[in-house]
Design a protein around this ligand. Structure first.
Ligand code: GRF
Length: 424
């Protein structure tokens, strides 16, 4: 049974320790209708006297406190108690807004990818306490604030966004801190808006900010956003190859493996030509995922076999080895000059509302007498592209292959369309 796509998290707890001006900024924005997808369901503190708790009560937001002093040196016990409170309130997102405790894996692990922190410096510079003072004393010319996902390193998680401020000669740490704080009050609501709209995608250490609706169009202009693009292939090699060819474009690339819950199931590939098959794949996956989708279909056309295996290249024999063996056997008596062949690739890019772009690329060459080379995949070991001294596509290495292959040329031909789609 197909599962529904998981909606982005919404129920948010803000954790504070002191005055709570960042909390105030979040609640003000919420009240002004600027955080439509976020539900600020709890304000929590390790300090029952924290000023921010009063402010939350005035705004009728539920509050809770678990005093860390009751736990002495038992950090993890304290966090387990907090976790219990968060569970009771069905919290999905934790925002650390001036929460002055070092966290352990108990809390961090429970909210991986759903815990944000705001820090008053441009990380990784000046982590830890008194960041503004550290920056002032160091003598930097710019500083600012960082909102990041929290991991187990202190102030070391993946950066979501940063805002900068100048450091003026007469500032001193206090004036600098005040200037940074004004930016914090913009950055934190923006980050929460993005997270609750499902627009943040964590990829290793990097965070992709996906293009989409926002409450902060002006602030967003300064952000590097990217367009989600699905590569509709179950072939991981092909997906990686295509991703490499798309370098330089502001895209956040997904593969079908990552989206299988949103997939269309088995897609028929029974069109009479490459373009038709690519269109079937792109259409089915676009419809199921809602994303811009790129699909390709390719094949090897051997002149001595009247263009076979062609559109049936993938089904010519069950495995890659068997396909290559069968091909070489069929061509056993064909002399070198008659072994001409070409790889052909059609790509179809399909967008919402039926928008479509297509392109085609070919790579001319000959079929070898025996396989060679360790790289590539499919028929690459038996294909000798023209102009490379008889080296097979599998022997030429990814850098050359990704420049001259049929797929590379098709993607290159599609690039202007991709650039247009990517430009905001
Ligand atoms: C802010 O500077 C924040 O960056 C840091 O702690 C301070 C909290 O201030 N993590 P407030 O309590 O939100 O006013």
């Amino acid at each position: 049974m197909r599962e529904e796509p998981v909606p982005p998290p919404r129920r948010t707890a803000v954790l504070i320790s002191g005055r709570g001006t960042n909390l105030e900024a979040l609640l003000r924005e919420k009240q002004a209708g600027k955080l439509p997808a976020a539900d600020i369901a709890l304000v929590f503190s390790n300090n029952p006297a924290a000023k921010g708790l009063d402010f939350a009560r005035q705004h009728r937001v539920p509050t809770a406190a678990v005093d860390h002093r009751d736990y002495r040196k038992e950090r993890e016990g304290h966090e387990r108690a907090i976790l219990e409170v968060l569970k009771q309130h069905r919290i999905e997102i934790v925002v650390l807004a001036g929460y002055m405790r070092i966290l352990t894996p108990v809390l961090v692990g429970a909210f991986a990818g759903r815990m944000l922190n705001i820090h008053p410096s441009l990380l990784p510079a000046f982590p830890g306490v008194r960041a503004q003072e550290q920056a002032w004393e160091y003598g930097v010319r710019v500083s600012g604030c960082t909102v990041h996902f929290v991991n187990e390193e202190m102030d070391g998680g993946p950066v979501i966004l940063q805002r900068t401020v100048p450091v003026h000669p007469g500032d001193g740490p206090d004036r600098l801190a005040a200037r940074i704080l004004r930016e914090e009050h913009k950055a934190l609501p923006l980050a929460l808006d993005l997270l609750t709209r499902g627009r943040l995608r964590l990829r290793g250490r990097r965070v992709d900010i996906l293009r989409g609706n926002s409450s902060y169009p002006l602030l967003e202009r300064e952000l590097p956003t990217c367009l989600p693009l699905l590569i509709a292939t179950g072939n991981q090699n092909k997906a990686e190859e295509i991703e490499g060819m798309l370098e330089g474009l502001p895209l956040s690339v997904y593969t079908t493996g990552e989206l299988s819950d949103e997939g269309p199931g088995e897609v028929r590939e029974d069109a009479p030509d490459y373009e038709g098959n690519a269109r079937l794949k792109a259409g089915a996956w676009q419809k199921a995922s809602g994303k811009w989708t790129l699909a390709d279909d390719s094949g090897l056309e051997v002149d001595a076999l009247s263009g076979r295996p062609g559109v049936h290249s993938n089904r010519y024999a069950p495995t890659t080895e068997e396909r290559n063996r069968k091909l070489l056997a069929e061509l056993a008596d064909v002399p070198e000059e008659k072994r001409t062949a070409r790889f052909v690739c059609s790509v179809v890019l399909r967008g919402p509302r039926g928008k479509e772009h297509t392109a085609r690329g070919t790579c001319e060459g000959r079929i070898a007498f025996e396989p060679s080379g360790e790289g590539g995949f499919g028929y690459d070991p038996v294909f000798l592209p023209d102009g490379y001294d008889g080296a097979s596509l599998a022997a030429l290495g990814a850098e050359i292959k990704n420049r001259i292959s049929h797929r590379a040329r098709a993607i290159e031909a599609l690039r202007p369309a991709l650039e247009r789609i990517c430009s905001p």
